[in-house]
Write a protein that binds this ligand. Structure first.
Ligand SMILES: *Cc1c(COP(=O)(O)O)cnc(C)c1O
Length: 415
């Protein structure tokens, strides 16, 4: 990056600082991961310079011969990975993918039935602060108070009573498997569309570590940067009969020119996701999450649903007498990155909720396994039980440093 260093030393230095932060910390943010350097390289290419409004062979600009090849390859790979009839690879992010998907199916004022935000639903599934909540009429289903599991009977009852046009499955902070088949059936029985947003678990699904969504949903949306380990972006998958509607809803409906450098990076990510290495890493991601969950439980921490089936863990910090935010900030001080999160029926506000969310995708990409999870779990337990103890902090920092040195990332990057 010698050119950047010369043109803009301030930004260059901050990027170097951020690389060092990523190298020297432990990332347990469930929605984060490390892309390959091949994906990073692709994002920083001349593809950025090209306008390609429209779709392959039907662009509004000339000069798109190679862009068409790239986007078509990305589409073919996405379809193969998710066994989908149609793929649109242009959405800039998960939120814009969802917006485009909704506008392909709904009219303003239509009803959307989706998972409650505090129970792990996503802002873009109908929160009032989102455009989605203002244009459509959202209704939410929750998890069971007793066990924290999705209440499928409640979804069924609400679908019958409210007659939503769309039912959304998928979540950001749900540690168990989602029964897409059951939700798909409820949607069918009640004449609603079913959209499955698999953003968090797409990598697990590809690797056979979570039941598929494609056979049971009219539309599947996913980000590509979480368990999928690709660029910060998203795609929409669907049956052929919705293809045209979705494509026009993405462009010109909700976006202008596609980010072809990101589309190429998605294609690279999809290629990587077809390898045994990717599959093995997803399997290990779940093993690592289960290991952390078990150790936390053995040490009397309270976990939502009392464990995990996937890549994430949600801790209820209430019995520790700290808030989720205090927990996340205490861990950040020793170089462990997590995020505070609401828990189902949280009595605290989203800005300072009761939960702490942990995830294992990034650690697993780094090559860590159960032995390292044991060390990390113990550090987390010590910090959460003694957030003010300086000796514990010092010891924790040392362990974080040892682990990051033993499992280095991005050694080949020449920043
Ligand atoms: C992360 C996520 C999104 C949003 O993705 P952005 O790219 O941040 O807009 C949407 N839905 C779910 C379920 C997610 O987990």
């Amino acid at each position: 990056m010698k050119n950047l260093g010369q043109t803009d030393p301030k930004i260059y230095q901050k990027i170097r600082n951020e690389l060092d932060r990523q190298k020297n910390g432990l990332i347990l943010i469930a929605s984060e991961n490390f892309t390959s350097t091949a994906v990073l390289e692709t994002m920083g290419t001349v593809l950025n310079n090209k306008y390609a409004e429209g779709y392959a062979k039907a662009r509004y600009y000339t000069g798109n011969k190679f862009i068409d090849n790239i986007e078509t390859l990305a589409i073919e790979r996405a379809k193969k990975l998710f066994k989908a009839e149609h793929a649109n690879v242009q959405p800039h992010s998960g939120t814009t993918a969802n917006l485009a998907a909704y506008f392909s199916l709904l009219k303003p004022g239509d009803k959307i039935l989706s998972m409650d935000l505090a129970c792990g639903g996503h802002l873009s599934h109908g929160a009032k602060v989102s455009l989605v909540g203002q244009l459509f009429e959202p209704i939410s289903y929750t998890v069971n108070k007793k066990d924290g599991l999705i209440d499928y009977d409640q979804i069924n009852e609400l679908a019958k009573k409210e007659k939503p046009q769309l039912i959304i499955s998928g979540a950001t902070a749900y540690p168990r498997q989602i029964d897409f088949e059951t939700i798909g059936q409820i949607a069918k029985d009640n004449n609603a569309y079913h959209l499955a947003d698999i953003s968090h678990i797409a990598g697990l699904i590809i690797a056979g570590q979570h039941p598929e969504a494609t056979p049971f949903a009219d539309i599947v949306t996913t980000t590509t940067h979480k368990t999928m380990r690709g660029p910060r972006s998203a795609i929409i998958l669907s049956k052929n009969k919705l293809a045209k509607k979705i494509d026009t809803s993405v462009f010109p409906g909700t976006q202008g020119g596609p980010l072809e450098q990101m589309i190429a990076a998605k294609a690279v990510c999809f290629q990587e996701a077809m390898t045994d290495k990717f599959t093995n890493d997803q399997i290990q991601t779940v093993k690592n999450a289960k290991k952390i969950a078990q150790i936390l439980i053995d040490n009397d921490l309270k976990l939502i649903t009392n464990g995990t089936d996937n890549h994430l863990i949600l801790i209820d910090c209430t019995p520790l007498n700290i808030t989720g935010k205090q927990a996340a900030l205490a861990l950040e001080k020793v170089g462990i990155y997590t995020n505070f999160n609401t828990i189902p029926f949280d009595s605290r506000p989203a800005k300072d909720p009761s939960g702490l969310r942990l995830g294992t995708p990034a650690l697993t990409t780094q090559g860590m396994k159960e032995a390292e999870m044991e060390i990390i779990s113990q550090v987390i337990i010590d910090i959460l039980k003694n957030p003010q103890d300086n000796n514990i902090k010092l010891k924790a920092k040392k362990l974080v440093q040892e682990l990051t040195q033993k499992f280095p990332i991005y050694q080949e990057l020449k920043y």
